[in-house]
Design a protein around this ligand. Structure first.
Ligand SMILES: C[S@@+](CC[C@H](N)C(=O)[O-])C[C@H]1O[C@@H](n2cnc3c(N)ncnc32)[C@H](O)[C@@H]1O
Length: 217
């Protein structure tokens, strides 16, 4: 069996992006405003991946979701749009200014009522939540060194069948580095753990900078 997938070059990547459904004016405005922030725009969830997250949320019960790392609210808008009518999204963001920008953006996109944004270290926010099955969907997209802790803190708070998604599992391609720094080592550790972790079924997708889905058993 060949392991050679179709190579996604720049043109094909753009084609995929241009064919992501649901990129309406509100989302394009966030894209443009985030792009104007300069280099840190790279942190925004890729449009095609955000569309995929919305789809995943729609495929589930869409009752309660959590996002770890919110930045300008791009992914949050799409997750919130995937929720059921009464569904809610809890966003965890360390930086108060980014939280403010995200608040404005989710409000402008018409999903503000569904979204709560808590400012502070996400691990503290998660650990302050009742340890009982609560969430149907989680999107982990904050400091990479924290991923293993986010995973362990989220697991007991997920419903059976709930989905935890992890962004940037390729670490911009560095994930194969045999001599990792501690950030990279944390991600390599999580990636390796998830393959055989009996608590979840998982799959790693070659989307954007790598996205892993872990469904809680
Ligand atoms: C990659 S960006 C998130 C992108 C966002 N999910 C989106 O859809 O565009 C990472 C965000 O995590 C935040 N962050 C970093 N460390 C954090 C922590 N310990 N707790 C909460 N948020 C954190 C950063 O301030 C940044 O806004």
């Amino acid at each position: 069996m060949s392991i050679e997938p179709t190579r996604i070059n720049e043109e094909l990547a753009l084609y995929i992006r241009e064919h992501a459904g649901g990129r309406d004016e509100a989302l394009r405005l966030v894209e443009d405003e985030t792009a104007a922030m300069g280099d840190i725009q790279i942190m925004q969830t890729a449009p095609e991946q955000a569309a995929f997250l919305e789809m995943l949320v729609k495929l589930g019960p869409g009752r309660r979701a959590i996002e770890v790392g919110t930045f300008t609210g791009y992914g949050a808008i799409r997750i919130a749009r995937g929720l059921a009518e009464e569904g809610t999204l809890l966003c965890c963001e360390l930086d108060p200014e980014r939280a403010e920008v995200a608040r404005r953006n989710v409000d402008r996109a018409g999903v503000g009522k569904k979204v709560e944004i808590r400012v502070g270290p996400a691990i503290e926010t998660i650990r302050s939540l009742p340890e009982e099955p609560t969430f149907d969907f989680a999107y982990v997209d904050a400091d990479k060194i924290g991923y293993p802790d986010y995973y362990e803190a989220l697991l007991p708070r997920m419903n059976q069948g709930g989905l935890i998604t992890f962004d940037n599992v390729f670490m911009a391609g560095l994930i194969l580095d045999p001599d990792p720094n501690e950030h990279l080592a944390a991600m390599q550790g999580l990636n390796d753990l998830l393959v055989d972790d009996q608590r979840v079924d998982s799959v790693m997708l070659g989307m954007a900078d790598g996205l892993t889905l872990a469904r809680v058993r």
